[in-house]
Design a protein around this ligand. Structure first.
Ligand code: SF4
Length: 448
């Protein structure tokens, strides 16, 4: 295997080099806009906002822009619902050339009126997303939303998210601001004992698993943001005692705002892998300072760990020594995945994220071996180069990375929006181990 710098000299754009490093080097460049021409794997600002708000089950999302933006993000999360399924629909103003020339605000008003007249029962909550072209022509969507709120007596919240206005992380912040706009008028309500779960989108029912654990331990869940949430349950959020934040990349900012506005503390958690799931349960339980809850958490985690360890031991001989490449949205998930692969005797040889932060990359560096390539905001050419160079056996990523792995004849595990099996909690550990084993050790790779 060639040294990282030699490998980079052959294939990496000059401007991208500070965002790629060997774990021995410190100071990766991250939290910045994508390099023009590098064909980033990262999604746009609007997509970032949409993925956070989309799982609100009874909200209507109108995408004010060309139909392509709505199509790009239609049904992109495998979020499950226990109630309404309005969020499975996508609405767009479908802006055309004449709208761009003469303005699209009237078309947006007409779209809102059409929804209000034709949907029964009438919508209670609308999000209006302004995409790139609206950022250019400058439709006053805030005025349209204000007028609609006054006319219909419902919440109509603008999300001004032109794709070119920053990175996907900015879209996350916009979504968090939109949620604050929704819940802020409900700040003054009596406090309840229990937590809000932030940054869990109930992919394949994962939020239900975590909710079940907390309830068994004796911790009620007041509100979930945004997996399996509704207009009504979101409004309860200001009354909780504590926020727990699963996807820090998308929701840490919301926790900060809720702390500033409601004085509500928060804890970052991760429910991927034995180590992180156990630590998260214990830290959440201990945060309440009630000995019986802490004892419940310890007992619960010990029982579930004892059940899952034989599963890991069964598959470990088939996986030990294999090499994994990781490219996921946020740093926290990458950290949990490195630990999960270590539990299986595997090594993470390439680790990248779309929106990782400096402190998260420092933790990543502390967990991986010398020679592991760590990269921020990668593009397909870089991923391909480093996965081949480091002889990865499997890529863990999302829908945009899947074809890349298969084209290289490499195993793949979807750890993002579209998956159908939960990978969180102890149930998720079993699914993950089995999936990694089935994918890496599939006989199909012998024929490539
Ligand atoms: S908002 Fe802009 S970058 Fe994002 S999908 Fe629409 S046109 Fe593309």
């Amino acid at each position: 295997m060639t040294d990282l710098r030699t490998c980079m000299n052959k294939s990496v754009l000059e401007e991208r080099r500070p965002s790629i490093c060997d774990r021995r080097e410190n100071g990766i460049s991250c939290e910045r806009e994508s390099v023009s021409g590098a064909v980033s794997q990262r999604a746009c600002v609007y997509c970032g906002a949409r993925v956070v708000l989309n799982p609100i089950t009874d909200a209507f999302h109108i995408v004010h822009g060309p139909i392509g933006c709505a199509s790009y993000t239609w049904d992109i999360r495998g979020s499950l619902t226990s109630g309404e399924d309005t969020f499975r629909n996508s609405f767009s103003t479908d802006l055309r050339e004449t709208d761009i020339v003469f303005g699209g605000a009237k078309k947006l008003t007409a779209a809102i009126d059409e929804l209000m007249e034709n949907i029964n029962p009438a919508p209670k909550l609308l999000f209006i997303f302004a995409t790139c072209i609206v950022g250019v022509i400058g439709d006053d969507i805030e005025a349209v939303c204000r007028t609609a709120e006054a006319r219909y007596g419902i919440r109509v919240i603008p999300v001004k998210a032109p794709g070119f206005s920053g990175t996907k992380s900015l879209g996350y912040r916009m979504a968090c601001d939109a949620i604050m706009k929704l819940i802020l008028p409900h700040a003054n309500q009596p406090k309840r004992f229990g937590v809000n779960i932030l940054g869990d989108f109930n992919l394949a029912g994962e939020m239900w698993i975590i909710r079940g654990y907390l309830e068994q331990i004796g911790i009620p869940v007041i509100s979930t943001i945004t997996g399996d949430s509704s207009y009504k349950t979101l409004l309860l959020a200001p009354s909780a005692t504590l926020n727990i934040v699963q996807c820090a990349g998308s929701s840490a900012y919301l926790a900060e705002r809720m702390e500033a506005e409601f004085g509500m503390p928060s804890l970052r958690v991760s429910f991927f892998g034995i180590e992180d799931t156990t630590n998260s349960l214990l830290r959440v339980a201990d945060a309440f300072g009630r000995p019986e809850i802490s004892a419940n958490a310890r007992r619960f985690a010990a029982e579930r760990t004892a059940q899952i360890l034989p599963v890991i031991e069964k598959y470990r001989p088939y996986l030990e020594g294999k090499r994994a490449a990781i490219f996921v949205g946020g740093g926290f998930k990458a950290i949990s995945l490195i630990r999960q692969f270590n539990e299986l005797g595997m090594e993470a040889v390439v680790v990248g994220t779309q929106t990782g932060k400096k402190d998260e990359y420092e933790v990543i560096n502390s967990l991986v071996n010398s020679g592991t390539v760590v990269l921020d905001d990668a593009n397909p050419a870089e991923l391909e180069r480093f996965m081949m160079e480091k002889q990865a056996d499997i890529l863990v990523g999302g829908v945009k990375e899947r074809p890349l792995a298969y084209k290289l004849g490499m195993a793949f595990c979807d750890h993002n929006h579209e998956r159908k099996q939960p990978l969180a909690g102890f149930e998720g550990i079993e699914n993950f181990v089995k999936e990694i084993h089935k994918s890496i050790n599939s006989p199909v790779w012998k024929y490539i």
